[in-house]
Design a protein around this ligand. Structure first.
Ligand SMILES: [Mg+2]
Length: 254
């Protein structure tokens, strides 16, 4: 019996696959909404704004608001604001990431930063990476949205944010703090926003190393859906304590 109050859904591989919706997920979301439960959407993608994600979901027939959407860019902004409230920030990333940081009332700078925040940037250059390294060597804290080493495209797998963060880590001999899943920051923020108890929360996702690990570490129920990157056999072999495995999300409505 599925009766959680706070339903946190991963997006890519769970609700859609790139540009294609997963029909059973859309049916599940509508069923939740009919019960008066507005799901939360949590994604490691920091290249889209929450408004753009909202519009993408609308294109799939899912109505929601920016307040229900959590991105790793937003998580990074909240993390910096919480732990370094007065920080000036050197950013490598998209306008979506800059918007989240300025919305959190943080000062962006090109020199003498207290923190370097890195998200995927398709316009990345040697100069941007060099400046990030100089800032870190001068004492700035290295923070990143997500550690994804690669992401799928029509050409094949392309280098993800984690690949560039690794470059800065390697060059400066410093470890970055990652704010996307598997960090539980986004789940923490949802709990703070709703005041829910952990027993009332569930995370549904396709990826063992990001989604499910975040849920397990945060101590909430986790459901693996077999529509994305990891197969249930692989997760069972790893001995991860997942609450439930389903083939498709409509199985949760039975
Ligand atoms: Mg996923």
């Amino acid at each position: 019996m599925f009766n959680y109050k706070i339903v946190c859904l991963d997006l890519d591989g769970t609700v859609y696959k790139g540009a294609e919706p997963i029909p059973e997920a859309i049916t599940f979301i509508r069923a939740m909404q009919q019960k008066g439960i507005e799901p939360f959407y949590i994604t490691n993608n920091a290249s889209m704004t929450r408004t753009e994600i909202k519009e993408k979901l609308r294109g799939f027939g899912v109505e929601t608001t920016e307040q229900q959407i959590y991105t790793s860019g937003m998580a990074a902004a909240h993390f910096v604001k919480r732990d370094f409230p007065e920080a000036s920030v050197y950013v490598i990333g998209t306008d979506a990431l800059r918007d989240e940081l300025t919305a959190a009332d943080l000062q962006l700078t090109e020199r003498n930063a207290d923190a370097v925040v890195m998200g995927i940037d398709r316009g990345i250059t040697y100069d941007k990476l060099a400046q990030a390294c100089l800032e870190v060597r001068a004492g700035a804290t290295l923070i990143a949205t997500n550690p994804d080493h690669a992401f799928p495209s029509h050409q094949g797998f392309l280098p993800g944010n984690g690949a560039f963060v690794r470059l800065v880590e390697y060059s400066t001999e410093t470890n970055a703090i990652f704010c996307g899943k598997p960090s539980p920051i986004m789940l923490e923020l949802i709990q703070q926003a709703t005041g829910a108890a952990r027993e009332e929360m569930v995370l549904i996702g396709d990826n063992m190393k990001t989604d499910l690990l975040a849920g397990v570490d945060f101590g909430i129920a986790t459901i693996h859906v077999n529509s994305g990157v990891d197969r249930p056999e692989t997760i069972r072999e790893q001995g991860m304590k997942i609450t439930r495995f389903v083939d498709k999300m409509t199985d949760l409505l039975a």
